[in-house]
Structures are given as structure tokens and as C-alpha cells.
Ligand binder design. Structure first.
Ligand SMILES: CC(C)(COP(=O)(O)OP(=O)(O)OC[C@H]1O[C@@H](n2cnc3c(N)ncnc32)[C@H](O)[C@@H]1OP(=O)(O)O)[C@@H](O)C(=O)NCCC(=O)NCCS
Length: 126
């Protein structure tokens, strides 16, 4: 069974970079930037560990009072549909203050199953 831990650069960065690379996310291109992003003020970054192997990562960013965003959620393809995404998200929500948790979805079926309400969203690519 996997356990959830706070992200620590020294132990978890290589595994997390592997998750980003497998999904083709821009985080995969620069370890230093990703390290800074995952440790940003106002953020909570968690990893899912299976015998010390990083099999999932989640990050929330918030103002500490009202608004929070889910900025990262990935579970390794080999470990999907085993409840790890649900567990990571539950712990991320519990550790993140705020009235709302918003996100841009790439996995509608997952968020619907977790109980999120679908709303329209926009993204400016820079
Ligand atoms: C989305 C993601 C994090 C889900 O992780 P996961 O560990 O497989 O999710 P869980 O096993 O906790 O799933 C919980 C429930 O969500 C639903 N669900 C999960 N993946 C789903 C999918 N691809 N399609 C439809 N429903 C899905 C199911 O109801 C599932 O419960 P069940 O397996 O008992 O039927 C994972 O598929 C992933 O990393 N995808 C690639 C990256 C990505 O798109 N991240 C989201 C960015 S917004």
C-alpha cells in the first residue's frame, strides 16, 4: 500500500521529474525550475511512495484563506486505478486552507468521481 509524504527535493525530485517526463509536462525540461516551483511559498506538494519509489505527485497553491488551486496531479501509469490519485488529492485538500479548490481538468472522469463540480475554465498560454 502506498504512503503519502511531503515532497523533499533531495529524496523525491528525480522520481517526480520522471512522472513529469512521462506525461510530457513542461516541468520535465528544467530540474532547477521544477524544484523551485514545487517548493513555492503558499504551496503544498505531496508525493505517493510505494517502497520509497515515487508513484504520484500533487501540488496545491493557495492564498491561505479563500482560494486554492490544484496545480499538479499525476499518478504513474503503472499504478493507476488503484486509489492513489484519490488518496493524494484527499490529503492535499486536507492540508490546504480555502473555501474553493479549482483546477483545469485533463481527467474529467476522475474529478467527477471525486465529487468536483464542473465549471468553465480558461487558460492563457505564455
Ligand atoms: C487522473 C489521475 C491522477 C487519476 O489517478 P488514479 O490513481 O488512477 O485515480 P484513482 O485510482 O484514485 O481513481 C479514483 C476514481 O476516479 C475515476 N477515474 C480514475 N481515472 C479515470 C479515468 N481515466 N476515466 C474515468 N474515470 C476515472 C474512477 O471512478 C476511479 O475509481 P475506480 O477505479 O474505483 O473506478 C491519473 O489518471 C493520471 O495521472 N493521469 C495523467 C495525468 C493527469 O491527467 N493528471 C490530471 C491533471 S488535471
Amino acid at each position: 500500500m502506498c504512503r503519502i509524504a511531503k515532497f523533499a527535493v533531495e529524496q523525491h525530485l528525480p522520481g517526480v521529474m520522471g512522472l513529469f517526463a512521462a506525461e510530457g509536462w513542461s516541468y520535465a525540461s528544467d530540474e532547477q525550475r521544477t524544484s523551485r516551483a514545487l517548493s513555492a511559498p503558499g504551496s503544498l506538494t505531496l508525493v505517493a511512495l510505494e517502497s520509497d519509489e515515487v508513484v504520484g505527485v500533487a501540488q496545491t497553491l493557495g492564498d491561505g484563506e479563500f482560494q486554492a488551486f490544484l496545480t499538479v496531479l499525476i499518478v504513474a501509469e503503472s499504478h493507476r486505478r488503484a486509489g492513489i490519485g484519490r488518496k493524494l488529492l484527499k490529503e492535499a485538500i486536507e492540508g490546504t486552507p480555502g473555501v474553493h479548490l479549482d483546477l483545469i481538468s485533463r481527467a474529467d472522469g476522475f474529478y467527477e468521481a471525486i465529487g468536483f463540480e464542473a465549471m468553465s475554465g480558461f487558460r492563457l498560454r505564455r
